[in-house]
Write a protein of this length. Structure first.
Ligand code: GLP
Length: 251
């Protein structure tokens, strides 16, 4: 990886100060994120990296309401639960259709196949898709424990698409989307940290007080696998868009 743009020496290598935009509310967050996405599209972005969860919902609303046409573009999603079919309302396939693709189809939209019989082979197939479709702009959320996609604390920075056993805390945090915590899948297929870092540009979205500690650790803490999102300090083009609650612990 080329870190020549970096300007500040810190911890495990050269890092840059992350750009942080603090917004008043979720709708402002969606608008700010959409402006960056529209600019990337205007400048010729061909492939968008997309995320699920509540963080990007307002961005997708802005995309749906916009005049932008994605029908000649490609999207690649970060992750999918193992075992859920695309028709399952809790699957990330379903989420993306509901929030974006049914209104704004892309030429091709890729997500990992959570029902693949051979999960290892599926991870390999997904890595090839990512190699064939370099991501121009990656949208990210952040977990309360600092995870990105489902890359939990301890995931190596050179990881590529892999199967992840979800931590208890992530299962608990995501249980709100399921009828009961027992229904939350125990594992997922997810892009690795190296795949995410390969994107030309990254926007990370965060809302609410429950993200404040993770945001502080990501922006102001050391670069460490204990906080997977801290690796973004090493990326040359990251914008964090956070509401006041999520940004409340920043200096
Ligand atoms: C899940 C997803 C992540 C997401 C995170 C935060 O773990 N795999 O991609 O960033 O949840 O979700 P939310 O945006 O709902 O807070």
């Amino acid at each position: 990886m080329d870190y020549t743009n970096m300007s500040k020496q810190k911890n495990q290598g050269v890092v840059i100060k992350m750009k942080v935009i603090v917004v008043k509310n979720a709708s402002e967050l969606g608008k700010q994120a959409f402006d960056l996405l529209a600019k990337a599209v205007d400048e010729g972005a061909k492939t968008l990296g997309l995320a699920t969860g509540s963080s990007p919902v307002e961005l997708y609303q802005e995309m749906v309401a916009s005049q932008l046409d994605f029908s000649q573009m490609t999207s690649v999603n970060l992750d999918e639960y193992v075992g859920l079919s695309p028709e399952n309302p809790q699957s990330y396939h379903y989420f993306m259709n509901q929030h974006l693709f049914q209104y704004k189809p892309f030429k091709r939209s890729y997500l990992p196949d959570g029902q693949a019989k051979d999960i290892q082979a599926e991870c390999g197939r997904y890595n090839q898709i990512l190699a064939d479709n370099p991501v121009d702009l990656q949208v990210l959320g952040i977990g309360q424990n600092g995870h990105i996609a489902f890359n939990e604390p301890g995931t190596p920075f050179d990881s590529v698409t892999h199967e992840v056993a979800l931590t208890e805390s992530t299962i608990k945090a995501n249980a709100r989307f399921f009828d009961s915590i027992d229904e939350v899948p125990k594992s997922a297929i997810c892009m690795g940290i190296a795949n995410i870092m390969a994107a030309k540009e990254i926007i990370l979205l965060a809302k609410g007080e429950s993200k404040a500690k993770a945001i502080k650790a990501m922006v102001e803490g050391p670069v460490t696998t204990d906080v997977p999102a801290s690796v973004l300090q090493k990326h040359p083009n990251v914008t964090v868009i956070a509401d006041q609650a999520a940004a409340s612990l920043l200096k």
